[in-house]
Ligand binder design. Structure first.
Ligand code: ATP
Length: 601
């Protein structure tokens, strides 16, 4: 991930600059304002040198009048006022642009990330992405808001200062210029190192974030297994390695600053010596030397300031690069560009036609192998099979979280790749095995199925999901806060909220993943009733782990290693499928705790 050479550094610099321009473009009025303020303040600061020259040569000479001094100081005061206004404008506008651009970048990255195919998040950890959107953009905001402003101001001072130096005294200036390469070389060398270390440093910090996120999220697991000490040690390791990288970065920067300051001040000393000799010899006036020193110090200070923020700019380039990488991440499951419209009243006919699929991380293993299934509108299908048979994979393929590699899945006769993703998913509701609730109220979570639903609709859905009663008993009813991930509700309650959400969504196609597994016998019965009501007239696919779920469905598809080995209803399969009848006999013989038995099927 670090720079592999000058070629790469060059190309990314250009890329980074180009990309930043795209984000800066909308604000060119602000940029013009900031540039004017920048030029004005630099010009005023530089003209102070000329003022000093006049003051020394005329103001303090023996024939100076008080009126002339007053006039000169009045002009000086006016310039100071102008400088103050210019500085305010520059600071305000540049910081504004910094905040605005990083806000826009944050929004752009998030907007891109939420649309990425789920497979992307298997290789890119959520904590890392989070850190990029927060830490990297914050870094960028500080850099654009202050470092860029400092760099630009000092660049102008440097250019203006050098021009005025030449005007004031070319001989001395030549001396100053000789030392420029001496200063620039270390800036480039150390700057490059700082940049690559900065990237590593940001990566390490992201690693720290990911670790914290995972431990805190699973705190009960951590404590139940007495893992606190182990985790603490592992965390210490992460933090210390981030610290070491940061320190070596700081070390490089410290060297950079030290070398630059020494060289610059050395050059100024040499110049003072040569210039002083010229004044003594009467070749130049005292005012000229004063102005010269003023400009030389200004040029030196600006080089120093630039070298100091150069490191920041390099860090920002690193951060931008990472953000751009994220922005450039390709969506492997793109929505069709010329989508086929859905019929006005979709029927919910689902066909799997010779579907082949293997996960990108395991191309050698066929997770789904030449699978054919025809699920008629309004009918129900149960997927059964041992753990790892490919049931969840099929559900993911229907939702187009992944695209099939062979064959096709058709919804109402249309290849789902030809539908717009929004259209396809608007026809589907899913009740997963582990219901996912978002931080917010119970009502918010049910409304997730249909944004904009009224309270009456939400309540009706909750009643149908047998959730109304327990929700009413919560301290704030439908407004009760469910905690992060719904932690304040029981597993069964969460499941009923998830069912209510699906009921509210009123989909054509319902995907259930053993939706009743977290319920007690009483609620299971009620939820089963609710589900039957919900399933009526809708195409339903159930991932089933227990017989109770499958005896009533129209077709049971028995999967094994991604292949469809048998299909039929319960009675038929008992006759025709050895795999199914073995499973059935295991379940009937040993009661209803069956999830483990499925594993051995
Ligand atoms: N994201 C992934 N990357 C790589 N391989 C995966 C991924 N998800 C699942 N697999 C593999 O694909 C196969 C099918 O998995 P799948 O989750 O569909 O099985 P399942 O029938 O739903 O199992 P279970 O009943 O245990 O949930 C398994 O061999 C599994 O290891």
């Amino acid at each position: 991930m670090s720079d592999s050479g000058p070629e790469r550094a060059k190309s990314t610099n250009v890329g980074v600059l180009k990309a930043m321009m795209q984000f800066l473009r909308p604000y060119y009025w602000q940029m013009i304002g900031a540039s004017i303020a920048l030029v004005c303040t630099a010009a005023i600061t530089l003209s102070i040198g000329q003022g000093l020259r006049m003051l020394v040569d005329q103001g303090f000479s023996s024939n100076a009048t008080e009126a002339a001094l007053n006039q000169a100081l009045l002009l000086f005061t006016a310039m100071i006022l102008l400088l103050a206004v210019g500085t305010f404008t520059r600071f305000y506008l540049v910081s504004w642009i910094g905040e605005r651009v990083s806000a826009d970048l944050r929004k752009a990255v998030f907007a891109h990330v939420v649309h990425l195919h789920p497979g992307y998040f298997e290789t890119n950890l959520s904590g890392e992405i989070q850190s990029r959107i927060t830490t990297d953009t914050t870094l960028l905001q500080t850099v654009i808001g202050s470092s860029v402003s400092i760099a630009l101001r000092n660049l102008l001072m440097f250019i203006g200062g050098v021009i005025l130096l030449f005007i004031t005294n070319p001989k001395l200036t030549a001396l100053v210029m000789l030392s420029v390469p001496l200063v620039v070389v270390p800036i480039i060398v150390f700057g490059r190192r700082v940049r690559s270390l900065s990237r590593t440093s940001q990566d390490k910090i992201a690693g720290v974030g990911t670790f914290v996120g995972e431990s805190v999220k699973n705190i009960k697991m951590v404590q139940a297994f007495n893992h606190q000490e182990l985790d603490r040690n592992a965390f210490d390791g992460h933090v210390e390695s981030a610290f070491r990288v940061a320190i070596s970065r700081i070390n490089q920067r410290a060297w950079l600053t030290t070398i630059v300051i020494t060289l610059v001040l050395g050059a100024v000393t040499a110049m003072l010596w040569v210039g002083g000799l010229d004044v003594l010899a009467g070749k130049i006036s005292g005012g000229e030397l004063t102005a010269f020193i003023f400009y030389a110090v200004m040029v030196a200070a600006s080089v120093g300031a630039i070298s100091e923020v150069y490191g920041d700019l390099q860090r920002a380039a690193g951060a931008t690069e990472r953000l751009l990488e994220l922005l450039a991440a390709e969506n492997l499951v793109p929505s069709s560009t010329a989508p086929v419209p859905l019929p006005a009243k979709p029927k919910g006919h689902l066909e799997f036609d010779q579907v082949c699929f293997s996960y990108p991380s395991r191309p050698e293993q066929q997770a789904i192998d030449k699978l054919c299934l025809d699920i008629k509108p309004g009918s129900s299908l149960a997927l059964v099979g041992s753990s790892g048979a490919g049931k969840s994979t099929l559900v993911d393929l229907i939702l187009r979280f992944y695209d099939v590699q062979g064959g096709a899945i058709r919804f109402d006769g249309i290849d789902i790749r030809d539908l717009s993703l929004d259209d396809l998913r608007s026809q589907i509701a899913i009740v997963p095995q582990q219901p996912v609730l978002f931080t917010g109220s119970v009502a918010d979570n049910i409304r997730y199925g249909k944004p904009g639903a009224t309270m009456a609709e939400i309540e009706a859905a909750a009643r149908k999901a047998y959730a109304h009663e327990f929700i009413e008993r919560l301290s704030d009813g439908y407004d009760s806060f469910v905690g992060e991930g719904g932690i304040r509700l029981s597993g069964g309650q969460r499941q009923r909220v998830a069912i209510a959400r699906a009921i509210l969504a009123d989909p054509t196609l319902l995907l259930l993943d053993e939706a009743t597994s977290a319920l007690d016998a009483e609620s299971e019965y009620q939820v089963q009733q609710a589900l039957e009501l919900l399933m009526k007239g809708r195409t339903t696919i159930v991932i089933a782990h227990r017989l109770a779920t499958v005896v009533d469905v129209d077709i049971i598809a028995v999967l094994d290693h991604g292949k469809l080995v048998d299909a039929g209803n319960h009675a038929e399969l008992l006759q025709s499928s050895p795999l199914y009848s073995r499973w059935a006999s295991l379940q009937f013989d040993e009661g209803s705790s069956s999830a483990e038995q499925m594993v051995t099927m």
